[in-house]
Design a protein around this ligand. Structure first.
Ligand code: ADP
Length: 428
């Protein structure tokens, strides 16, 4: 009699503050995979579960890779998976050390740094806005002379639109430079070295914005979903709200977006794993805003379902361990998510109307992720949405309507400096 095959083991790199853990762990369970969680903080129970938790120094990828290699000598790993911008870089170092397939390090590093990404894509002839790196104490008029107004100022390495600001003239850019410098110096961000004193300024690209979720396999991009962002994202800050798929862009515009993203993936050298790209489309065609070597963030992935209830995380893990993913396409129905806008600055006391929001036809889930007592910090300094709404329907229009109606039923009760205040989440 032969022993049953040992289940494949995956190393899942989870930052301590992530919403992604549950979805990945559920997917791994469904696939019958053994999971070892790589964490950068020693957990009290870690010592008792040496197979399940591996404490790594996330700040020292080479040392972390050595630790993993030691672990894998007795418990072989089939794949290593990061879940966000930083852990995919670590995953790529570890994968290279172990000889496992992954996006190459140079590619994930180029994607991670907004200026390097622009350099690579521009050199490859891809449509990116005019851009220039800038010192945050530079003369705003000199920056404006390079990229023109309106322009967008952004940090090199933050994500989720944090610190991204539009400026329409030199005085506004001066204010944005000061604001970004303060944000980067804040305890919360704690940027060091060049990242603390440098930003990226670029021409503002008008037009509609879309997000593309994909998987790269054998260097080719497979599009899993194309989302419209129906709320105008004209600044001065760029808080996301609604994502709806399928896209309502004309077929030729969608094809141009996909072609552009495909060429960007190739130019960056991304080879195997998830990608999330943001593009804008104006009369001139598509423009790349950003390509990230990771899946969509927050709880948003719940909006995607492939085949028989297969989640995005399951698709990612399937690919990582070499299981079949072909034929797993997104369900036929339209689907959407709203990242609930931060109503205003203050301490959250409670959220009212969640039940009513959940009863709006088409709404599948209301996930309030902020907890009572949590300080809500608006963009551009903040970036943590207080929750998410999910909807499905026959058409993108119906999904968008449901999300707006549900949002209109939510009321965030905040206390500001001792005084109670109510922020009505009116439809936008
Ligand atoms: P992050 O990685 O923090 O999300 P991005 O560079 O993707 O930073 O910018 C966040 C958002 O800001 C984009 O989704 C887009 O809405 C807006 N944005 C960024 N750059 C530009 C630009 N050059 N023109 C117009 N909008 C922009």
């Amino acid at each position: 009699m032969t022993n049953p095959p040992t289940p494949a083991r995956v190393l899942l790199l989870l930052p301590t503050t992530t919403w992604r853990a549950e979805a990945f762990l559920t997917a791994a369970r469904r696939l019958g995979l053994e999971v070892t969680v790589g964490t950068d903080r020693r957990l009290v129970w870690a010592g008792r579960e040496p197979e399940r938790v591996l404490t790594l120094d996330f700040a020292d990828p080479e040392a972390a890779a050595e630790t993993v290699a030691g672990f894998a000598a007795t418990r072989p790993l089939k794949a290593v998976v990061g879940v966000d911008d930083d852990t995919v870089i670590l995953a790529s170092v570890i994968a290279a050390r172990l000889g496992l397939p992954h996006h190459p390090l140079a590619a994930v590093e180029a994607a991670r740094d907004k200026q390097r990404q622009r350099d690579v894509l521009d050199a490859a002839g891809l449509p990116v806005p005019a851009f220039t790196p800038c010192r945050l104490d530079a003369d705003p008029r000199a920056i404006g002379a390079k990229v023109g107004f309106p322009c967008v100022l952004k940090p090199l390495k933050l994500s989720a639109s944090r610190g991204v600001m539009r400026a329409d003239d030199a005085p506004a850019l001066g204010a944005a430079l000061r604001r970004l410098r303060a944000l980067l110096a804040s305890k919360d961000v704690g940027a060091c070295g060049e990242d603390a004193v440098t930003g990226l300024a670029e021409a503002f690209i008008p037009g509609r914005e879309v997000a593309l979720e994909g998987l790269v396999e054998g260097k080719a991009l497979r599009v899993l979903a194309l989302f419209d962002k129906p709320d105008p994202l004209d600044g001065p800050y760029f808080e996301e709200t609604i994502y709806v798929t399928p896209s309502r862009l004309p077929a030729d515009a969608q094809a141009a977006v996909i072609d552009c993203a495909t060429r960007a993936v190739a130019a960056l050298g991304l080879a195997r794993g998830p990608v999330h790209a943001e593009l804008r489309v104006d009369a001139r065609g598509p423009w790349i805003i950003e390509v990230a070597a990771r899946p969509i963030g927050g709880l948003c992935s719940r909006v995607l379902s492939f085949g028989d209830g297969v989640s995005l995380e399951e698709l990612i893990l399937r690919q990582a361990v070499g299981l079949k993913t072909e034929g797993l396409t997104r369900e036929r129905r339209a689907a959407g998510v709203m990242m609930i806008p931060i109503p205003s600055e203050g301490v959250l006391e409670r959220v009212e109307g969640a039940d009513q929001a959940g009863r709006v036809p088409g709404i599948e889930a209301v996930a309030i992720t902020a907890h009572p007592g949590e300080r809500l910090v608006p963009f551009p300094e903040g970036s943590r949405y207080p929750g998410f709404l999910f909807a499905r329907g026959e058409t993108p229009e119906a999904v968008e309507r449901a999300l707006r109606e549900a949002h209109g039923r939510l009321r965030f009760v905040l206390s500001k400096a001792g005084a109670g205040s109510t922020a009505n989440a009116s439809p936008r």
